[in-house]
Design a protein around this ligand. Sequence first.
Ligand code: 2U9
Length: 360
Amino acid sequence: MTDLNHLEHDLITQVEAAGDEAALETVRVAALGKKGSVSELLKTLGAMSPEERKERGPLINGLRDKVQTAIATKKETLAEAALDVRLAAERVDVTLPVQEGPETRGRIHPISQVIEELTAIFADMGFSVAEGPDIETDYLNFTALNFPEGHPAREMHDTFFLAPDEKGERKVLRTHTSPVQVRTMMSQKPPIRVICPGRTYRHDSDQTHTPMFHQVEGLVIDTEANIAHMKWILEEFCKAFFEVEQVKMRFRPSFFPFTEPSAEVDIQCSRKGGEIRFGEGEDWLEILGCGMVHPNVLRNCGLDPDQYQGFAWGMGIDRIAMLKYGMPDLRPFFEADVRWLNHYGFRPLDIPSLVSGLTS
Ligand code: 2U9
């Protein structure tokens, strides 16, 4: 066996023995690199006589080609083997339940879910969402809404007041989202169709009240919006939200400084075994308050009551979430107990929509 055969055999053995791409690269450099054994041989061709080159040239070039081919083949084999290993490691048994990754382990809080549902329902009726600051001025939270001086709602025991600002203006943690509607009426001309969801604060903490809670209010202002429109919109809302074909509503006369006439609204329900079902039964549950916007409020917002009119309503989001999803107690809503959130929370990707159903 000539020296060339020896070298060929050695190199091919080393190529086949290479366990991974790095080892193969080492063999390649040792053979074909600048100082490689085959490269050194090739360099000797230059110094040979024409006869010798004629005899050795093809042998040495042949050796180079064989080694290159062996390395290329081995590289492929190693790449395939590496891929098989990765595929085996990444084999996904699609029959296995989805591993709850962080993005699906979390849960959407019922309050956020209900705000999504409300937004979808009212968007479908042409309403946009308006938002505003939690810290409001005394004027926008009370005065503009026709709360006379000395109105009990203005009392400390009922409201969180902040120290007056540099202009001596008393700031308050808003007691309702109505100031957002006032801001909307002051900043845009009718027609107006907005819902205003958000956090609200009252000096109140017991079994069914927490100092911070959530409200959504709605407002429609144009030239002829009337109570019939209001009843239709509120009935459509209740049917869509409680996902029932039909539901009886009861409007009871009431009083709010910012609406005249005012009503509290009950919806029909049945209570069987602690469970409440809507749209059937002989029982009633108060769900919201509403009324025609008081002319004083329209004037305070720069609107002429002889030209414009409208209606508004308000409801507690925590309350309707408890009614729809059957939570017995309000306080766990804000205690960040993961067990409660896992039980009452919603999967992140279950975005409520009227098409796919609010609660899939
Ligand atoms: C403007 C004019 C009128 C909003 C309204 C109610 C009736 C109402 C309560 C429901 C449950 C508050 O969370 S709750 O305790 N709200 O009953 N809210 S009418 O009326 C407005 C709002 C803004 C400019």
